[in-house]
Design a protein around this ligand. Structure first.
Ligand code: ADP
Ligand code: MG
Length: 184
């Protein structure tokens, strides 16, 4: 009873967040990706502290983005990297960025449970989960929020993974002068 009330609470919050991403004004400007990742980590302080997770990042660029949405994106990806850890293995995440034609390519890599390569597409669909709520609490909304955020910036998001071999979530962020960036 208590856990279903808690689940309902999580579900309502996640759905509100999902709907807000589409409705609020998209305000891109130049932001330091390092500051965005640091803010996301502060918001995950409890989770990071509980499992002594390490989140590494270095030399991240300035990007043309809506910083509120970008914090939300990293918070979801880092939160998953911590949650889907292997039993008894301390979560280690590495966040990197590389310049590419027309913008940046980010990668968030973890050392967690991973998944079958054939599952890496459906996880971006709302409510799709690969695990039971007993083993890992969740609503299956986070990655659909991530997809919405990245697409609003004119980018693309995808995952690469192997069972037991960790996962890497990739996304692109076009620069301000590309056709789709900044479109509302
Ligand atoms: N870093 C990850 N490692 C392994 N599996 C993941 C990871 N991130 C997401 N998943 C899988 O994708 C599903 C969808 O993720 P998400 O939309 O964030 O929902 P939730 O975390 O609430 O279940 C998760 O239930 C999990 O099965
Ligand atoms: Mg999640």
């Amino acid at each position: 009873m208590e856990s279903s009330a808690r689940h309902l609470h999580l579900l309502i919050n996640d759905l509100l967040e999902y709907s807000r991403v589409g409705r609020t004004e998209h305000r891109p400007h130049w932001v330091e990706a390092t500051a965005v990742v640091q803010q996301a980590c502060r918001q995950l302080e409890t989770e990071i502290g509980q499992c002594q997770a390490r989140v590494g990042f270095e030399g991240l660029p300035q990007v043309y983005a809506d910083d509120t949405l970008l914090v939300q994106l990293f918070q979801n990806l880092i939160g998953n990297g911590i949650k889907y850890a292997r039993d008894g293995v301390r979560p280690e995440l590495q966040i990197t960025a590389a310049g590419e034609e027309g913008g940046w390519h980010f990668a968030v890599r973890d050392n967690g449970i991973g998944m079958e390569p054939g599952e890496t597409e459906r996880i971006f669909v709302i409510f799709q989960r690969l695990h039971t709520a007993e083993k890992y609490e969740g609503t299956g909304i986070g990655l659909s929020i991530c997809k919405k955020i990245v697409e609003r910036h004119g980018g693309r998001i995808w995952a690469e993974s192997q069972p037991g071999g960790g996962s890497t979530f990739h996304f692109t962020l076009p620069g301000p002068d590309s056709d789709t960036a900044g479109a509302a």
